[in-house]
Design a protein around this ligand. Structure first.
Ligand code: M6R
Length: 614
């Protein structure tokens, strides 16, 4: 995973070390286990590495008055090797003649390491990255570009790399396969910027291009030369990027997570804005380049996603099937890519990813595209890799989601998926009245979300009662089952408590053995259609001494006699829309438990906002 940043100073007064630290802070969503920087000073590689977040490296850079005209830097999410300074990037060759940063995984690193070790080369880290540094050095014969060119075909796996060499103090070399890497030239200063993500170029106006797979570039203050692996020089077309500096604050909230939970009435409204077509009882997407005719011909839908985005897909499956009557499969992207999937004719592929950079989702989409099926992406981050792969991208417009734990992006995904289901259903059998009724429920969501958020004090109170439990079940039926998967993920992610989302009716087939006074069950009762069935499942848990907290629709007072605690949520209107308010209930519950446990809420341990490795 990880984020790479580089800078070459030309016309500005910018210190490359500071430019890189600034860039790394914007890339921290890609990992925050350790950070490092390298440049060249008086003919030698100078480098600093620190364990932990970029702000620690920032302090070290400032304390040492590091002033560079050219630098490469890295923020790490550990894959190979523990979280230590030695494993932090940059990595060097034996003589420390070169320094290299890497995003991705070198799959054949052990083989390369063995060969290099038997040639007498000594390794000092546990990383896969270090083999690249040594291999380039092994092939180095005075021409660093040729050494890189010789090295690339020997690497298996995915990578974006940036490196500097003390004998060539005017250049940064970069190369990619399967990982994004953007290069930008600033319009005013002509300074060069390199980044894993062009969104990290904010506050500047630049000409930008992305390297494609198996290309490398030699970047100096005067020229950027791009080559393919055969050493043939390529021409790149530039895109003008004007990225306004947006100061993103917590707006007085204690955490970004809480701010983002509270933003949901607005973010959902933005997802819906301009897309509701009441007159025709349908939805319109400016960005959708697929014709109604093609949508009408769709006989299967395949949804690809990971994590929370996958849960949004699981909820959407039920809506696509019940509203549009289209058989829908939802696949965890990391599983899909390796199982020889069958994609039938007239399948519409929907890839869901907040970041648009999730490696598994990108790889699954590439696999799906081999069948020539049209791909619609749902993304929040503009210019993301997924949006470049898809035929059409529907933007969530949720605004930047800073907290690693997804909240507002998830509810925006659901909102958009509902609209997409409606649009497709209207090209098929759903009549105008049905379309209009669906839209009126969607329009009502804002109020429901606000009503749930206004209950925050109740969630806080009950969190204090339940925070001491070490294990949780979140159970529900139909639409509430995938909503429970999402709620359990929220709790796991930010409170580090073990939680499982489970279909309530399935408990009796095994998991009920776990029920005891020490395991708490949170019942999501937002599927009115199956409410009575759920009550029976809860009785079964109660009879075995399991404590139960329920989230239930107002007016369903039968729940009071069964559960230990209840938080009543807005009166239920229609089951397919309940996942949005109920998932917000899950977010608030997890948040207040995490507060009590004192975890790192916005950047939980071991995680990254964007998972850019397999
Ligand atoms: O950016 P994506 O939507 O592709 O990310 C997918 C998952 O990594 C993500 O949803 C993850 O599960 C979140 N941390 C959940 O809160």
């Amino acid at each position: 995973m990880c984020g790479i940043y580089g800078h070459i100073k030309k016309g500005s007064k910018t210190n490359s070390a500071i430019a890189c630290i600034d860039g790394l802070k914007r890339l921290e969503y890609r990992g925050y286990d350790s950070a490092g920087i390298a440049g060249i000073h008086q003919g030698k590689i100078v480098s600093y590495k620190t364990v932990g977040k970029v702000r620690t490296l920032d302090r070290v850079v400032q304390d040492n008055n590091l002033d560079l005209k050219m630098a490469i830097a890295h923020t790490r999410w550990a894959t190979h090797g523990s979280i230590t300074e030695l494993n932090a990037h940059p990595h060097f060759d034996e003589e420390k003649a070169l320094a290299l940063v890497h995003n991705g995984i070198i799959e054949n690193y052990q083989k390369i390491k063995k060969t290099l070790t038997s040639a007498g080369i000594k390794f000092i880290s546990e990383t896969d990255t270090e083999v690249i540094s040594h291999l380039i050095s092994f092939h180095y014969n005075g021409d660093i570009a040729k050494a890189v060119e010789k090295t690339l075909p020997e690497l298996e796996g995915s990578f974006a790399i940036a490196l500097i060499h003390k004998d060539h103090p005017d250049r940064i070399l970069v190369a990619t396969r399967g990982c994004p890497l953007a290069i930008g030239v600033c319009h005013d200063s002509k300074d060069i910027y390199i980044s894993s993500d062009s969104n990290a170029f904010t506050g500047r106006s630049l000409d930008v291009f992305y390297l494609h797979d198996d290309e490398y570039a030699v970047v100096t203050e005067a020229t950027i030369e791009v080559y393919n692996m055969a050493g043939i020089k390529l021409t790149k077309s530039l895109e003008v990027l004007n990225l306004e500096e947006k100061f993103i604050s917590k707006d007085g909230y204690e955490h970004f997570l809480l701010k983002e939970i509270h933003e949901q009435p607005l973010s959902v409204e933005r997802a819906l804005h301009g897309r509701l077509d009441f007159k025709n009882g349908t939805a319109n997407f400016e960005e959708l380049s697929l014709s109604d005719d093609l949508l009408k011909k769709t006989t299967r839908i395949l949804i690809l996603a990971c994590g929370s985005s996958y849960h949004a897909g699981c909820i959407a499956k039920q809506i696509f099937e019940s509203l549009a009557k289209i058989p829908t499969e939802v696949e965890i992207a990391s599983e899909f890519r390796y199982r020889n999937p069958i994609i039938l004719e007239n399948t519409l592929v929907i890839a869901i990813s907040q970041s648009g950079e999730t490696a598994d989702t990108l790889a699954a989409v590439k696999e799906a595209k081999r069948s020539n099926s049209p791909v619609i992406a749902l993304c929040n981050v503009k210019r993301s890799s997924l949006s470049r792969l898809a035929k059409s991208t529907l933007w969530l417009n949720a605004g930047p989601e800073i907290s690693v734990c997804s909240t507002k992006a998830f509810t925006s995904q659901l909102s958009l998926l509902m609209l997409l289901a409606l649009k497709i259903a209207r090209t098929k059998d759903l009549d105008l009245a049905g379309g209009k009724a669906f839209l009126s429920h969607i329009e009502n969501l804002g109020k429901q979300i606000s009503a749930v958020i206004s209950k925050a004090p109740e969630f806080k109170l009950l969190a204090s009662k339940y925070a001491s439990f070490k294990q949780f079940f979140f159970i529900g039926r139909n639409y509430m089952y995938p909503t429970c998967l999402e709620a359990a993920l929220k709790l796991k992610e930010i409170s580090y408590i073990n939680a499982s989302g489970y279909p309530a009716g399935e408990m009796k087939h095994g998991p009920i053995a776990l029920i005891s006074k020490d395991l708490a069950t949170v019942a999501f009762c937002g599927n009115v259609h199956t409410f009575d069935k759920l009550l029976s499942n809860l009785m079964e848990i109660k009879s075995r001494g399991g404590p139960i907290l329920a989230f239930a629709p107002e007016g369903y007072n039968e729940i009071l006699g069964i559960t230990d605690d209840v938080i009543f949520l807005p009166k239920q209107i229609s089951d397919p829309f309940a996942p949005i308010p109920y998932s917000i209930a899950g977010q608030l519950f997890a948040y207040y438990i995490a507060i009590l446990l004192g975890t790192d809420i916005d950047q939980p341990r071991n995680l990254a906002k964007s998972v850019t490795v397999e």
